[in-house]
Design a protein around this ligand. Structure first.
Ligand code: OTU
Length: 657
């Protein structure tokens, strides 16, 4: 019975009752499969997590036989627990003792395609020293599960979640690599594309063969009535190359929901069997040694007529239920939300909902990335300061991943409201950024390309490597040393913020040796239509070698980034979990942000986006005891006339001595 006066208490009471019914059966199953001690541990986790699993599942699937469903899911948890290798159980214990591991100031991430970085999975292990030079503790390997043949959206169209792309290796290689990484203190993160499967996945094949159980795995429509109704409020992800969100499939004799490319079929999470299948995949990957699951396209998991079908409340319930169940069998595994959505929606993926409930541990700080590039183009940090000040604080047990570039395009998520606050028009500013980074704006230093230009709305996004967008490509073309110096400073400036804003900083492969845009994708018919390949180059061996030769571009950039990692690990104030507060600076070109840590003291970050020397009022140092610049030799920084002076495109990390 739902308690009308106290719905929450009612939910809790129902969860308690369900646990009482299910617990003895789970206990018996566990005792048959794992020892007495491990059973006790599992039961402790069950007791702790059960309400956070029962609540969401009741709201999602309450009309079904809820006890039956939960028991099926818990059996999967027990079995995964039994199959969990010894080494991973040890990891679980360490993580349970130190649940804040992902908040540490020692964390540094690296993101790459296994083949483009090293050739194959087993060869990645040969590059661990290289990663060591950068202080890497977290390695995100781009999609590596078996994709469909032909076009596959860079691996985001998976036909088998339990096997590895044969071009990269096999599951044993993945397991071995995860172990080798763990041995070096590096956590492996991989993509889990849980929103869709390839049109050739076994589930899709069975649906095409007419099996009604599998037709129910997808969103199918006999005619255009509902698709048309949905499309009235849907946003197109790839308007240029994959217009519309539904695809007619003759074998299905139906329209199938395809948010992304036509060969990526959205899964139907109103069907609890889909939830169970995906949980099983998560547990499988966890037991292979994956420590972080990047939950691709998480906002799209639930559809609702009359909305843009992103960030629906049910998406959070799904993630919370997954979170709770995976934590029972594999508490060492963290979830990272890939949700490139407005800030107020984004923090919900970290559990900041009306009711705080564990959800994802990590999420991409897209706004920070966008604002960095915006300030760099306009040489003005006011919009950045306003936009980032408005972010809702994140729960203290979670962390951002902070980044400069990734494998996707940059979408200008600048709101009209934020732009208006600093006297800009949102649309106009986004147009400016597109013009600037595609090199059309007079005087632009950037060499990027427009992605998915929508001629109807005038919207576009930007592709290009960080080095090319920051001006390195142009400076090299012109052979201009001064321009090159400025461009390198820009790249390092962006990274300095990513390394100090409070979160795991990610180095996107190639940025550390300033790789420029790669045009070779145009020769591959499958890649040619998608210019995001511009910024997914092969790691250039010659450039990697040059990092060791002083005076080269690569040496400067590589050691600049490595130094950020080195200094970062000494600064407890940079540990995530605290709050980062942007401060208004009295020079618009300067971005100032403060972090406070109850035990480690204060941190003040300053970056000067302009090409000339700038200064800010030294009042920003208020409350700081003998400040020093942690990035500068001997901690020295320029303080005179009551102002802190920053060189052109310069950075300061001021900390207390
Ligand atoms: C993700 O991106 C991946 O990062 C892309 O590389 C894939 O193409 C895509 O999913 C499909 O698997 O819209 O423009 O809020 O922004 O999921 C890229 C999340 C995307 C979306 C994100 C998506």
């Amino acid at each position: 019975m739902v308690d009308e006066l106290h719905p929450r208490r009612g939910a809790r009471a129902r969860a308690d009752a369900a646990l009482e019914r299910l617990r003895p059966r789970i206990r018996a199953r566990a005792r048959r499969r794992i020892g007495r001690g491990a059973t006790e541990v599992l039961l402790a986790r069950l007791d702790r997590r059960f309400p956070d699993v029962h609540g969401p599942l009741e709201q999602l699937y309450g009309a079904e036989d809820l006890d039956g469903l939960i028991e099926r899911l818990l059996r999967m948890v027990v079995d995964a627990s039994a199959a969990r290798p010894h080494e991973l159980r040890a990891l679980d214990y360490r993580r349970e003792v130190n649940p804040d591991w992902h908040l540490s100031e020692r964390q540094v991430g690296y993101v790459c395609y296994a083949d483009r970085f090293a050739g194959s999975l087993d060869k990645v292990a040969d590059r661990l020293d290289y990663l060591g030079e950068l202080g890497v503790t977290y390695l995100h390997l781009m999609p590596l599960l078996q994709p469909r043949q032909g076009a596959n959206d860079g691996g985001y169209a998976v036909i088998d979640f339990r096997s590895v792309d044969p071009r990269l290796g096999d599951m044993d290689d993945l397991e071995r690599l995860a172990g080798a990484l763990r041995g070096r203190g590096i956590s492996l993160c991989i993509d889990l594309v849980l929103n869709h499967t390839a049109a050739e996945h076994e589930w899709a094949e069975r649906a095409k063969a007419g099996d009604p159980a599998y037709r129910d795995y997808y969103h199918l429509f006999p005619d255009r009535t509902l698709p048309d109704a949905f499309e009235r409020t849907l946003l197109e992800v790839f308007p240029d190359t994959a217009p519309g969100s539904f695809t007619w499939n003759p074998a299905l004799d139906a329209w199938v929901w395809t948010s992304f490319y036509e060969f990526q079929w959205d899964l139907n999470y109103t069907n609890p069997r889909v939830f169970a299948e995906m949980l099983d995949v998560m547990l499988f990957l966890a037991n292979r040694g994956v420590e972080v699951l990047r939950l691709d396209a998480a906002p799209f998991l639930w559809k609702r007529l009359g909305t843009n079908c992103q960030n629906q409340p049910e998406v959070h319930l799904l993630l919370q239920a997954f979170r709770g169940l995976v934590s029972m069998a594999a508490p060492g595994v963290a979830f990272k939300a890939e949700a490139i959505v407005p800030p107020q929606e984004l923090v919900r993926y970290l559990g900041a909902n009306e009711r705080l409930r564990a959800e994802c541990d990590l999420a991409y700080h897209n706004s920070l990335m966008v604002q960095l590039w915006s300030s760099l183009a306009s040489r003005d940090a006011r919009l950045m300061t306003v936009a980032l000040s408005r972010m809702t604080p994140t729960p203290p047990t979670t962390s951002w991943v902070t980044y400069v570039r990734g494998h996707d395009d940059i979408g200008w998520a600048v709101t009209d409201e934020d732009a208006g606050t600093v006297g800009l028009g949102g649309f106009g500013h986004r147009q400016f950024l597109n013009d600037f980074y595609s090199g059309r704006f007079p005087g632009s230093f950037a060499r990027g390309a427009r992605f998915q230009e929508n001629l109807l709305t005038g919207d576009a996004r930007i592709s290009g490597t960080a080095a090319s967008l920051a001006g390195i490509e142009l400076a090299l073309e012109l052979g201009d040393e001064r321009l090159l110096d400025a461009a390198v400073r820009r790249l390092l400036l962006l990274y300095s913020v990513a390394f100090s804003y409070g979160g795991i900083p990610l180095i996107y492969m190639g940025d550390e040796v300033a790789l420029r845009n790669d045009l070779s994708y145009r020769e591959h018919p499958e890649l040619a239509p998608d210019n995001r390949w511009l910024h997914r180059p092969l790691l250039d061996e010659a450039a990697v070698e040059r990092r060791q030769r002083a005076g080269t571009l690569e040496h400067r950039v590589f050691h600049g980034i490595a130094r950020l990692a080195q200094v970062r690990r000494t600064l407890a104030t940079l540990r995530a979990g605290g709050r980062t507060e942007p401060l208004p600076a009295d020079d618009p070109a300067v971005f100032a942000y403060r972090r406070e840590h109850p035990a480690a003291g204060r941190f003040l970050g300053l970056v000067n986006f302009s090409d000339t020397e700038r200064s800010v009022d030294a009042g920003l140092l208020a409350g700081m005891d003998t400040p020093r610049d942690a990035l500068a030799p001997h901690g020295r920084f320029s303080l005179h006339g009551g102002r802190i002076w920053l060189p052109r495109l310069g950075t300061c990390w001021l900390t207390e001595d």
